[in-house]
Design a protein around this ligand. Structure first.
Ligand SMILES: [Ca+2]
Length: 241
């Protein structure tokens, strides 16, 4: 009698283990985008849950232990982009005439300037290994930059009929990029081109060269004259698998 009892106790334990193993496998197959059950990327999360709405989710690009997972914005509408954001001091600057600064200098050289840096949506810095894995899982990267202007060109300049005063960007890979050397940078809207009144120009970098994103610096070339003003807004850096 004792033997049969031991046997059934043992079976219960085995079935319990199998059940939790089954759950683990289900979670691996269908990540929920939570801290304890993160997806590898937003794209992966969208593939297993096409019905999930855009929003904040946890990802773990290097997989394995989820202890180093981090929270991002998933733009499923854009095809499953994984987005990180500029920190408070990198979000941009208000429109101003910048009398103490020289045109043709990098923003990081401004008195109030700095290199642009990025965080997860919880405001934590992102582990470099995780960033490397995320980039390995990415096919293209996208980032917007909005230039707010008053009589200051940001991309095309109608007056000279050229792109001589176009903004220049420094990529994460330290590559200097602008109109003449990077076909992946475009103006979605170029209201500043006319250099008349208050306007804005929206620049988009959408590149298969993942390491160009996010941008870490910007050079502004058209200010210094009376009445010229500019400010800018740095958009999230989004990675698409
Ligand atoms: Ca991990």
């Amino acid at each position: 009698g004792d033997n049969i009892l031991d046997y059934s106790d043992g079976m219960e334990e085995i079935f319990g283990s199998l059940n939790s193993l089954k759950q683990d496998i289900e979670h691996m197959k269908f990540p929920m985008g939570t801290q304890t059950n993160p997806a590898r990327t937003c794209k992966d999360l969208q593939l297993s849950h096409p019905d999930f709405p855009d929003g904040e989710y946890w990802i773990d690009p290097n997989q394995g232990c989820s202890g180093d997972s981090f929270k991002v914005y998933c733009n499923f509408t854009a095809g499953g982009e994984t987005c990180i954001y500029p920190d408070k001091k990198s979000e941009g600057v208000r429109i101003s005439s910048w009398p103490k600064e020289k045109p043709g200098s990098w923003y990081s050289e401004f008195k109030r300037g700095k290199l642009l840096s990025y965080l997860d949506v919880e405001g934590n810095s992102i582990n470099m290994v995780q960033m490397t894995f995320l980039k390995l899982l990415t096919a293209s990267a996208r980032q917007n930059f909005t230039y707010n202007c008053h009589q200051s060109a940001a991309w095309y300049d109608v007056l000279s009929g050229s792109y001589d005063k176009a903004l220049r960007f420094l990529g994460s890979n330290d590559e200097e990029m602008s109109y003449e050397n990077n076909p992946h940078i475009k103006a979605l809207y170029d209201g500043c081109a006319s250099r008349k009144g208050y306007e804005k120009t929206v620049i988009e970098i959408n590149t298969p060269k993942i390491d160009q994103v996010p941008i870490i610096d910007v050079m502004i070339n058209d200010f210094g004259d009376q009445n010229q003003k500019f400010g800018f807004e740095v958009g999230p850096a989004c990675f698409l698998g």
